[in-house]
Design a binder for this molecule. Sequence first.
Ligand SMILES: Nc1ncnc2c1ncn2[C@@H]1O[C@H](COP(=O)(O)OP(=O)(O)OP(=O)(O)O)[C@@H](O)[C@H]1O
Length: 335
Amino acid sequence: MASLTLTNVVKHYGSGKQIVPVIHGVNAEIRDGEFIVIVGPSGCGKSTLLRMVAGLEEITGGTIAIGERVVNNLEPARRDIAMVFQNYALYPHMSVFDNMAYGLKIAKVAKDEIKARVDKAAKILELGHLLERKPRQLSGGQRQRVAMGRAIVRQPQVFLFDEPLSNLDAKLRAQTRIEIQKLHRELGITSLFVTHDQVEAMTLAQRMIVMNAGNMEQFGTPEEVYHTPASTFVASFIGSPPMNLLNHAPGAQTGTTLGIRPEHLDITADGGWAVQVETVELLGAERLVYGRVGDEQLIVRIEEGAPAPQPGDTIHVTPRAHRLHTFDAGTGKRL
Ligand SMILES: Nc1ncnc2c1ncn2[C@@H]1O[C@H](COP(=O)(O)OP(=O)(O)OP(=O)(O)O)[C@@H](O)[C@H]1O
């Protein structure tokens, strides 16, 4: 196990006039044994960052260190990492056992040591009864567990996960999330997990890196990111539905953007902000009210049992004062 330190990491693709800058200088100190999620929209550079740690992409500038070792110029096989991919990348003609054992055979690990490690990983992942099967005889979730098993047996210093759950259906994703958490509790291996799904990020991360267009917008615990988003980008990316952002909120200072989450608005008999209701969505235990304050959109979450407004109604809402966020309207940064 080891820490992972990114110092001013920069990535440009291409060369000459065709240079495409994609990572603009990322700094992050990841502690030994931490589970870190990198989250951000498509194209923000999260896979590129992960692939640079893995050694699958060259690093244009800065340094990446695993423990005390700078690995910038080390080939992937010598970095002591194991990567789990979205598409499993299993060998179709090999059994589950052989898929898990393959990397160790190549590394010339002794046969009985291989068997011991594969059996242990299979036990942790509940794959013991499937070791003789071929990948095509497994469900998607089982295949992903084999891919994780193959990473575990290598006993790496760092685990890298590249959207490993995105091929699974919603129920299986939720289950596999819990398995990954359990695995991390048992093994305590430093992990970097890439996803574009903020729910996955919030539930899995000990700390999360929120990326936007090649920049690290925030690095913090899920609580910090939810309660004190560093920018309007983070505020609107984390949380579902996203935080309301108002540039002309009643009583707000000019030049500022006011943020309030839909769950932090209370419906009151009068006073507060007058909201023209446009649509009401029922989501099982709660309702989302979509409306307008002046010319700006506002979403209000109301709990089960509260009277539901109708489209065309005017309701009054009061933001909880300690839940209000203020951002610079120009830069989007938290004030
Ligand atoms: N080989 C390449 N040459 C030029 N540009 C590239 C290359 N690979 C990736 N890019 C660009 O780098 C940016 C970051 O890509 P990357 O795959 O890291 O994003 P991502 O956040 O992982 O997105 P996604 O969630 O869609 O996989 C994108 O704008 C992409 O178009």
